[in-house]
Design a protein around this ligand. Structure first.
Ligand code: HEC
Ligand code: HEC
Ligand code: HEC
Length: 478
C-alpha cells in the first residue's frame, strides 16, 4: 500500500537520522463547496478563464465555523491526509533508512488521538515537532511546517475539532531499536535542519504567498530537494530533484535544460490542478498523490502564486538533462477512430501483433535481447493494450498518454526504467494501475522496451539502455 524513499541514495549518517516519505490510499468524497473566503494572494496575472476548474473541496460543512472551514482548506494545502489517512486515523508507514515510522491518530479522540491537545500543544507539534509527551521524528514534516503562521494554525486547530473521532489506535505503531528509539536525539538534529528552507528577498506579494505555500504548507521540498548527510533538506540544492524510493522527483527549478524553465506559469498551474500537461508531463506515483489529495483543491490564486514563485527560485543545472521535444519526431495518433474506439483498437492491436514486426530500427538498441521479438513487438504485447499502439493511450479507459512526457526524455533513464520495472501505483488516475514488469520480463527485454519508448514516443534521436543498466536500477530501487 505505501512505500517510497531513500533506499537508493548514499546514506552515511542515515543510520542515525530518519528521512521522510509517505503515501496513502485515496478515496475521494466530494462534498460541499467551500463557503469561506479562502486565503487571498494578491494580484493575479494569468488569464483566469482558461484555467481548468477546481475540484470542490470536501471536508467543508456549512455547519462548521468559518474558521474551521478555512482550516479544512489549510489542511489540504498542507496535505495532512497524505500521511494520516483520509479519516486522520493514522497508521501509515513512512519508509525511512532507519525503518518505518508510523503516522498517528490525529482525530479528536481523547484516548488515541489529539483530543487532549490545547492549541498551544498543536502549534508546538507542527512547528517544533514536539508532542506533549515526546519529541516527534521528522517523518512528520515539522521542519517545513515550522514557518506556518499562527493564523493558519488556529484555523487548522479549529478544523481538527470538527473531524469525526476515530476511537481506536492506528493499526501499526513505531518501534525503532535502541538507540534510535531515543526521541530526544531529534533535538540535536533540529538544530541543524530546522527550518528546512530560507525565505528569499525581493519577492512580490504573490510570490511571497507562493513561497509560503511551496516551503511551509505544501512542503514540496520534502520530495524535490536532495538530502544532506544528516538527511535534512540540502538548502544549496533546493528543489533540484531527488530520488524517492522507486521514483525520482525531478528538478523543478527554472533551469531550461534540466528543470522546468521552459514551462510557463500556466503550465505549472495546469499540472498542479489536473496532474497532466499535454505531451509534456504526467503526475504519477507520489506526485499523483500530492495532486489528488492537495494541489487540485487549491484556489486559482494559490496555484498562480506557487507558479509565480517557482519561476524565481535559483535555477540549478543538474546532470539529468531533458532532451527537448522534437515534435516532428513524435508519432501521429494512429487515427481518431482507432484511438478513441476501444474495440477497433483491439482489432488493430491483434493485427499488429500477428504481423510480427521484424523491421530493424537502428535508433533503438536491442542488444542482449535473446529472443526473436523486436522492441516494437515487446511494446505491442506488453504495453499497447493500455497505452495504445501509438502511445496516445486509451482515453476511454483513462490510461495515461505517454507521448512526449518529460519522464521519458531524460538523459538518465532510471526513472523510466523504474516505472516499467515496478509499475505506477499513483492514485490520481482512476484506471486500473500500471503493473510492474520486473518479474515477467528479463532485464534485456525491459531495456529493449525502454529504448523503444524513448525513441518512438519521446522523440529521442537514439537510445541504448542496456540490460546491465536495468539490473542496476532494479537493484538500487528494490
Ligand atoms: C509526510 C508525512 C506527514 C504529513 C504530511 C503530516 N504528518 Fe503529522 N505525523 C506524521 C508522522 C509519521 C507522525 C508520528 C511521528 C512520530 O511518531 O515521531 C506524525 C505526528 C503528528 C502529530 C503528533 C501526534 C501525537 O501526539 O503523537 C500531530 C499533532 C500531527 N502529526 C499533525 C499533523 C497535521 C495537522 C498535518 C497537516 C498540517 C500533518 N500532521 C501532516 C507524518 C505526517
Ligand atoms: C510525495 C512527494 C512529492 C511531493 C510532496 C511533491 N512532488 Fe512533485 N513530483 C514528485 C514525483 C515523484 C514526480 C515525478 C512524477 C512522474 O514522473 O510521474 C514529481 C513531478 C513534479 C513536476 C513535473 C516535473 C517534470 O519535469 O515532469 C512538477 C512541476 C512538480 N512535481 C511540482 C511539485 C510542486 C510544486 C510540489 C508542491 C506543491 C510538489 N511537486 C510536491 C514527487 C512529489
Ligand atoms: C494495465 C495498464 C497498463 C499497462 C499494461 C502498462 N501501463 Fe504504463 N501506465 C498505466 C497507467 C494507468 C499509468 C499512469 C500512472 C498513474 O496512474 O500514476 C501509466 C504510466 C506510464 C508512464 C508514465 C510514467 C510517469 O509518471 O511519467 C510510462 C512511461 C509508462 N506507463 C510506460 C509503460 C510501458 C513501457 C509499459 C509496457 C512495458 C506499460 N506502461 C504498461 C497503465 C499501464
Amino acid at each position: 500500500m505505501i512505500h517510497w524513499y531513500y533506499k537508493s541514495i548514499a546514506k552515511p549518517l542515515s543510520a542515525v537520522m530518519p528521512a521522510l516519505s509517505f503515501s496513502s490510499i485515496i478515496t475521494l468524497t466530494l462534498g460541499f463547496s467551500l463557503v469561506s473566503n479562502v486565503v487571498m494572494a494578491g494580484t493575479v496575472s494569468l488569464p483566469r478563464d482558461t484555467l481548468p476548474s477546481r475540484i470542490t473541496l470536501p471536508n467543508v460543512s456549512p455547519a462548521n465555523s468559518v474558521l474551521a472551514n478555512r482550516g479544512a482548506y489549510v489542511a489540504r494545502t498542507a496535505d495532512c491526509m497524505a500521511c494520516h489517512r483520509d479519516d486522520y486515523s493514522g497508521g501509515v508507514p513512512i519508509e525511512t533508512p532507519i525503518g518505518n515510522i508510523y503516522s498517528t491518530n490525529i482525530t479528536p479522540s481523547t484516548r488515541y488521538g489529539i483530543g487532549n491537545y490545547t492549541e498551544a500543544d498543536f502549534k508546538k507539534a507542527l512547528q517544533k515537532g514536539r508532542a506533549p509527551s515526546h519529541q516527534l521524528y521528522p517523518a512528520m514534516p515539522y521542519p517545513s511546517y515550522h514557518g506556518m503562521t499562527d493564523k493558519d494554525i488556529s484555523a487548522l486547530f479549529a478544523y481538527f475539532q470538527t473531524v469525526a473521532i476515530v476511537d481506536k489506535p492506528p493499526e501499526k505503531t513505531t518501534h525503532l531499536p535502541f538507540p534510535l528509539n531515543i526521541r530526544s536525539l531529534m533535538l540535536a538534529w533540529n538544530v541543524i535542519n530546522v527550518p528546512s528552507t530560507e525565505n528569499r528577498s525581493g519577492l512580490t506579494k504573490t510570490q511571497q504567498r507562493g513561497e509560503y505555500l511551496v516551503n511551509n504548507l505544501e512542503h514540496c521540498g520534502t520530495c524535490h530537494t536532495p538530502r544532506n548527510l544528516t538527511q535534512g533538506l540540502d538548502k544549496d540544492l533546493y528543489l533540484s530533484g531527488a530520488p524517492l524510493g522507486k521514483w525520482f522527483a525531478p528538478n523543478i527549478t527554472p533551469d531550461n535544460d534540466t528543470g522546468i524553465g521552459l514551462w510557463s506559469e500556466m503550465d505549472i498551474v495546469t499540472y498542479l490542478r489536473t496532474g497532466t500537461l499535454d505531451k509534456r508531463a504526467y503526475a504519477g506515483g507520489p506526485m499523483a498523490e500530492a495532486v489528488a489529495h492537495s494541489t487540485r483543491y487549491l484556489t486559482d490564486e494559490d496555484l498562480i502564486a506557487m507558479a509565480s514563485y517557482l519561476k524565481v527560485v535559483p535555477a540549478i543545472k543538474t546532470d539529468d538533462y531533458l532532451i527537448p521535444v522534437n515534435v516532428s519526431r513524435l508519432p501521429q495518433p494512429v487515427s481518431d477512430s482507432i484511438t478513441y474506439d476501444l474495440l477497433e483498437q483491439k482489432d488493430y492491436l491483434a493485427q499488429a501483433k500477428a504481423e510480427t514486426v521484424t523491421s530493424v530500427d537502428s535508433r533503438i538498441s536491442s542488444h542482449d535481447v535473446n529472443d526473436s521479438k523486436s522492441p516494437k513487438d515487446l511494446y505491442l504485447i506488453h504495453c499497447a493494450s493500455c497505452h495504445g499502439v501509438d502511445g496516445y493511450a486509451q482515453p476511454d479507459a483513462r490510461y495515461a498518454s505517454i507521448v512526449g512526457l518529460s519522464s521519458i526524455r531524460r538523459v538518465k533513464p532510471d526513472a523510466l526504467v523504474g516505472v516499467i520495472a515496478f509499475g505506477a501505483k499513483g492514485a490520481f488516475n482512476t484506471a486500473p494501475k500500471m503493473p510492474g514488469f520486473s518479474k515477467d520480463l528479463s532485464p534485456a527485454q525491459i531495456a529493449s522496451i525502454t529504448n523503444y519508448v524513448r525513441v518512438t514516443f519521446g522523440g529521442l534521436p537514439n537510445s541504448d539502455v542496456s540490460a546491465a543498466d536495468v539490473t542496476r536500477v532494479i537493484k538500487e530501487k528494490s
